[in-house]
Design a protein around this ligand. Structure first.
Ligand code: ATP
Ligand code: MG
Length: 422
């Protein structure tokens, strides 16, 4: 597609946002901020609100480059490249033809839909549909109009200052603007699932910080690096910064291993993780815990296990993957660029102490009495929180000039964004 012809990009807010009635204005503002952040590498790009719609002024930047950055912005349901025309018939006809020709594959059928926001325009919408369509038809042999099921719909929005013409629409990431729905803590392991759970939470508008438990020297430095790389990938979707809390877990884990409750060790570890996370959550004003649990995947993710594990905290535990199949999870991991990192073969602290037959249906009172028998458990939990190291990651950006030079958004571990979500 020749994409230099466009002047602006029309942004559409998520359907979920529309539902929110009076919160709409707030969401729009948050979304506009995120769009600005996502496009900050582009010099002189302006995000505007006109006629109740959100627009990006391209200022000579190629549409394709900007679209690439917009695809990762949560809360955007779709967007369209738009060409501006003077608000008179001849200009609109000529622009409509340009926009139609810029559409990738030339279609066999089309229709024109004109909306007249400025009622003083001399022709009404019906007349305009006809006048614009016949101009395009004259210049395009073989093309036909199909009102019910056109391959391409050419839209014209006439306002007093100008007319806006477009025909391509691209799906956005959907969801809510990042951070619009409160803050949670993500339990981030080095596996495939938890980064996907994090992305889904972020897409739902949750601001997230990650918590990772490591058991040095049982787990290696590389295992920790792997989690840092995953966190940097999640940073990309925040548009700003991302915190990773690294919690030393060796002592607690070793103590559990000595408690002679081999079948319960995973349950005990998970509960201790939740307790520690709850303390960090209070400090960071987070109100939920997000995990990568998927029903039935392993012993700790049976309904019985989730029940007993979940009782260790009063915070809601959000499990975005709970009803998903592994294949669906992997597909998302590939799209968001975490899969390649997740499959690197470094051990996680939980895989180290996995017993041959972990309990799939632990008994809560037994688990509680084992915990009560470990005298200094509370103290160890407090100590782990004290020894937690927090890494704050920030996006670095270099400016792209309007001619497309120098475009670069730097995030270590980031990968291409070629894929679309849908
Ligand atoms: P993942 O692919 O996310 O590692 P998994 O299928 O391997 O998940 P488990 O190892 O049972 O499943 O972990 C379940 C969830 O517990 C993870 O998705 C993650 O949210 C959390 N978790 C596991 N290990 C850790 C860890 N070392 N640090 C932080 N959270 C963890
Ligand atoms: Mg795991």
């Amino acid at each position: 597609m020749s994409n230099m012809i466009y002047d602006m990009v029309l942004l559409r807010l998520g359907g979920e946002i529309t539902v929110k009635g009076k919160n709409r204005a707030r969401f729009e503002k948050v979304l506009a901020d995120h769009v600005r952040k996502a496009l900050r590498a582009f010099d002189k790009i302006v995000v505007n609100q006109t006629y109740g719609r959100l627009y990006v002024e391209l200022n000579a930047h190629p549409y394709e480059e900007v679209a690439k950055a917009l695809r990762d912005v949560f809360g955007l349901v779709s967007f369209s490249p738009v060409k501006r025309a003077d608000a008179n018939l001849e200009a609109i006809q000529a622009t409509a033809l340009d926009v139609f020709r810029a559409h990738g594959k030339q279609p066999d059928t089309f229709k024109v839909t004109v909306k007249r926001g400025w009622k003083q325009f001399p022709h009404d919408s019906m007349e305009m549909n006809h006048l614009v369509a016949s101009h395009v038809l004259r210049e395009t042999p073989e093309l036909k109009v199909n009102i019910r099921n056109p391959e391409v719909e050419l839209r014209v929005d006439i306002q007093k200052d100008a007319a806006y013409v477009y025909c391509d629409t691209e799906a956005g990431a959907g969801g809510f603007p990042y951070g619009a729905n409160g803050k949670g803590l993500l339990l981030l392991s080095g596996g495939i699932d938890s980064p996907v759970a994090g992305w889904l939470g972020m897409r739902k508008g949750l601001e997230l910080e990650a918590v990772h438990f490591y058991s040095y020297p049982f787990t290696s430095e590389q295992a920790k690096e792997k989690v840092v790389t995953l966190a940097k990938r999640l940073l990309h979707f925040t548009g700003g910064k991302f915190k990773l809390h690294l919690v030393p877990f060796t002592e607690i884990q070793t103590r559990f291993a000595q408690s002679n409750q081999e079948r319960l060790i995973i349950t005990l570890m998970r509960r201790a993780m939740l307790r520690i996370t709850e303390i960090i959550a209070a400090r960071e004003s987070a109100h939920a815990i997000v995990t990568g649990d998927s029903l039935g995947q392993v012993a700790s993710q049976t309904l019985g296990s989730m029940n007993v594990i979940g009782r260790a905290t009063e915070l809601p535990i959000l499990r975005p993957l709970v009803m998903m199949d592994k294949i669906e999870i992997i597909r998302i991991a590939e799209r968001i660029g975490t899969y390649e990192t997740s499959i690197l073969p470094f051990e996680d602290c939980c895989t180290l102490f996995v017993p041959k037959s972990p309990s799939t249906n632990p008994n809560l009172s037994i688990v509680e009495s084992v915990e009560a028998g470990i005298e200094d458990l509370d103290a160890m939990i407090q100590q782990a929180v004290k020894d937690t190291v927090t890494v704050v990651m920030k996006q670095e950006t270099t400016k792209a000039l309007p001619d497309g030079r120098g475009i670069e958004q730097k995030e270590a571990g980031s990968q291409t964004d070629e894929d679309r979500w849908f």
